[in-house]
Design a protein around this ligand. Structure first.
Ligand code: A3P
Length: 306
């Protein structure tokens, strides 16, 4: 595939989707070799949609009988180790990992668009998918800052015109973003037992309800006693931005996927509407119009302000 440099790396277009060129091999190996089992939980998202948060919440909800919030592995490990990305870490460089030995339920993550998921995930009747979506103005803003923090783009004052133009054309990792959103949106409408579609902005508004929703969807509902004991709130607090950001395991160290990424760069501002500090009003207008046009009649709406 012809490769194209974009902010942060080289991408290649494969079947209408832009992938990090270095991860294409891993994607194909994952598609070919992954065997889903009924208890699998797949967390899917576009980069910078709040994936780290979803990983922490899902891990805590599902493992709440194994660990109290005081001895949670989240206190010692960055969430990306507890819930690894399939095509970024596990199947990296065409490696076939031994995931059969992972404790069940296996919680795994992916940035792949819905149509790229291995058929084994789609055909496995009980395996569940949770998709987290975020408004593209904040996704773009978060992505730029993430690349900057990891030294993948050079200057804070660099012009954002080129990356912005590329983003609007859908030329960015796993893009176009609108196809990514719509693939999972349609799947969640067609098969709500299998695909839960969440929005970052809703989680920010009321995380406790989202914790209960995730638990119900996965078949791990909170009992009345657990709710009375405040377990939902405890999990939400454990996974809160303020808590995770300040843990040593998230302040220090780095993880190696397509490139070296500082653990700390997954925790920046966590706001809805931070795009206002990065995009000009005309850029914001253009992107807002673009996604409204692309989401069209789908019924999917995204809030861009808190
Ligand atoms: P900002 O860059 O806007 O601050 P991802 O995990 O998909 O890479 O997304 C990263 C974004 O999620 C960053 O957004 C980050 O600050 C935010 N985030 C990380 N942990 C969070 C948490 N516990 N609660 C809310 N947002 C969080």
């Amino acid at each position: 595939q012809p490769k194209k440099p974009v902010a942060g790396g080289l991408v290649a277009n494969y079947q209408g989707v832009w992938f990090y060129a270095d991860l294409l091999q891993a994607t194909l190996t994952f598609q070919k070799h992954f065997k889903a089992i009924d208890s699998d939980i797949i967390l899917a998202s576009m980069p910078k949609s709040g994936t780290t948060w979803l990983k922490a919440l899902t891990f805590s909800i599902v493992n709440r009988n194994n660990h109290s919030v005081d001895d949670s592995p989240l206190l010692f490990s960055n969430p990306h180790y507890l819930v690894p990305f399939l095509e970024i870490y596990l199947y990296k460089d065409g490696n076939i990992p031994d995931i059969d030995s992972m404790p069940c339920p296996r919680i795994l993550a992916t940035h792949l668009p819905y149509q790229f998921l291995p058929s084994s995930i789609l055909d496995c009747s009980n395996c569940r998918i949770i998709y987290l979506c975020r408004n593209p103005l904040d996704v773009f803003t978060s992505l730029l800052q993430f690349l900057l923090q990891n030294g993948l783009i050079s200057s804070p004052s660099m012009s954002i015109d080129v990356p912005f133009e590329e983003f609007c054309q859908g030329i960015h990792p796993y893009g176009p973003f609108w196809d990514h959103y719509l693939g999972y949106w349609d799947a969640s409408l067609k098969n709500p037992q299998k695909v839960l579609f969440l929005k970052y902005e809703d989680l920010k508004k009321d995380v406790n309800s989202s914790v209960k929703k995730i638990a119900d969807f996965l078949g791990y509902p909170f009992s009345a006693e657990e709710q009375e004991a405040g377990l939902v709130e405890e999990i939400a607090m454990l996974c809160s931005f303020e808590n995770l950001k300040n843990l040593d395991c998230n302040k220090e160290g780095e993880i190696h996927g397509a490139f070296r990424v500082k653990h700390s760069s997954f925790f920046r501002k966590a706001e809805v509407g931070d795009w206002v500090n990065v995009l000009t009003p005309s850029m914001a207008n253009r992107l807002e119009k673009l996604f409204q046009e692309k989401l069209g009649e789908s019924g999917l709406t995204l809030e861009i302000k808190s």
